[in-house]
Design a protein around this ligand. Structure first.
Ligand code: ADP
Length: 377
């Protein structure tokens, strides 16, 4: 039988990622001690970033599993401790690298992250549903994805993605919970219960600044920001904080929704942001006889795209039309986006196609030289 070496156990531990930070626990200074006993008994002491870390059980499972796979290991005993203040400081330093406190990584020249601010003229058009489904879809394509739910009045992203946990704080950093491979931060995670949030502009601006700068997003390919409906302060804040953020406008075919969506999109004119495109949601209902019922009329999405193309002087495409489908609502209620839950439904396919178009743009970033990424246009 192979002689059990500590180095083999440590190598196994190096394959274990912290569930929240998503980097190897060895690199994060979380492995405090490894001891080899007689007869292949191994004990590992792991340090949690904070006491009561919600990921305790998951971390223990991952460590036991990885170590038990090492040749010669008969049993694994995992004990958990908590990092000291100095250790947490060191971890924060390690994760931040050169990024100064309060600096928004996505706003820096050379940032590889595409930031999409998902906007709508009014509530209830499916902006959050579109956001979470695009996020899940892009993550399933192997991209590293984050969602920032800035919809103060109707934060629904955590429920739609099935996130119940609260973020862990390590010194000044906030570790976002992860669901379906998507990192999620919502203003709803910082308010007690289901209370309504009455926040004024400057507070919103500060909250957004903090979410962008203090959350440990890691190297994201895509950050989707779910904005509150309308043309409020927060859209302006986004433009100030992340000038390279592009707007993605969600509307329904309805005339009223179309008019307000155009207004929301026209913000981009004032802030010099680009509009990546328009998604028309609730476009029709497929009936059992194969016909389509256009509950909210027709043509709204294309009309918004045309109108925004005209006002901005750029081509704003209609990225997709998403039918009304009970499974979209069910997926939202169950915390499992329809693109994962029932990927063969017409709504899931349409959402997946929008994600494909965004992923293609992402691919075009590869090889783009650093420093040429515009921070404002
Ligand atoms: P918003 O973020 O614009 O307020 P939501 O995403 O919360 O809108 O959607 C409003 C409601 O409509 C939710 O109950 C959601 O499940 C449902 N919904 C959204 N899009 C669809 C769709 N394509 N088919 C069926 N229900 C949908």
């Amino acid at each position: 039988m192979a002689v059990l070496e500590e180095s083999a156990v440590r190598a196994a531990l190096a394959t274990v990622d912290d569930p929240e930070i998503r980097k190897p626990i060895t690199e994060l200074g979380m492995v405090d001690a490894v001891a080899l006993g007689a007869d292949g008994a191994v004990s590992v002491q792991v340090l949690l970033t904070v006491a009561g870390c919600p990921m305790k059980a998951e971390l223990t499972r991952r460590v036991s599993e990885a170590v038990s796979r090492v040749d010669g290991v008969r049993s694994v005993d995992v004990t958990l401790g908590v990092m000291s203040a100095e250790q947490r400081q060191a971890l924060q330093q390690h994760l931040r690298g050169d990024q100064p406190a309060n600096e928004i990584p996505f706003a820096q020249p050379g940032s590889r992250t595409r930031v999409y601010a998902v906007a709508s003229g009014k509530g209830g058009v499916g902006k959050s549903s579109v956001t979470v489904n695009l996020a899940a879809s892009l993550a399933a394509r192997g991209l590293s994805v984050g969602v920032l739910d800035a919809d103060i009045y109707g934060f629904s992203v955590p429920r739609m993605l099935g996130v119940t946990g609260k973020p862990t704080q390590v010194e000044q950093m906030i570790m976002p919970p992860v669901a379906h491979d998507v990192k999620v931060i919502s203003i709803g995670m910082f308010t007690p219960g289901n209370t309504a949030v009455v926040w004024r502009g400057p507070m919103l601006h500060r909250a957004l600044q903090q979410f962008l700068a203090d959350v440990f997003w890691g190297d994201l390919d895509v950050l989707l920001m779910d904005l509150p409906p309308g043309t409020g302060d927060i859209a302006i804040s986004v433009a100030q904080l992340v000038p390279s953020a592009e707007l993605l406008v969600v509307t329904t075919p309805q005339l009223a929704a179309r008019e307000v969506a155009e207004r929301a999109g026209s913000i981009a004119l004032q802030t010099h942001q680009q509009i990546v495109g328009v998604v028309e949601n609730m476009s029709w209902l497929d009936l059992p006889d194969g016909t389509r019922m256009e509950l909210f009329g027709a043509g709204g999405g294309q009309a918004v795209a045309d109108s925004l193309s005209q006002s901005t002087g750029t081509t704003v495409p209609l990225l997709g039309q998403i039918p009304i489908d009970q499974t979209v609502r069910e997926g939202g209620d169950d915390g499992l986006p329809v693109v994962l839950r029932e990927p063969r439904t017409s709504a899931a396919i349409a959402l997946g196609e929008v994600a494909d178009r965004l992923a293609k743009r992402q691919a075009s970033l590869v090889g783009r030289s650093l420093g040429l990424t515009p921070t404002s246009r």
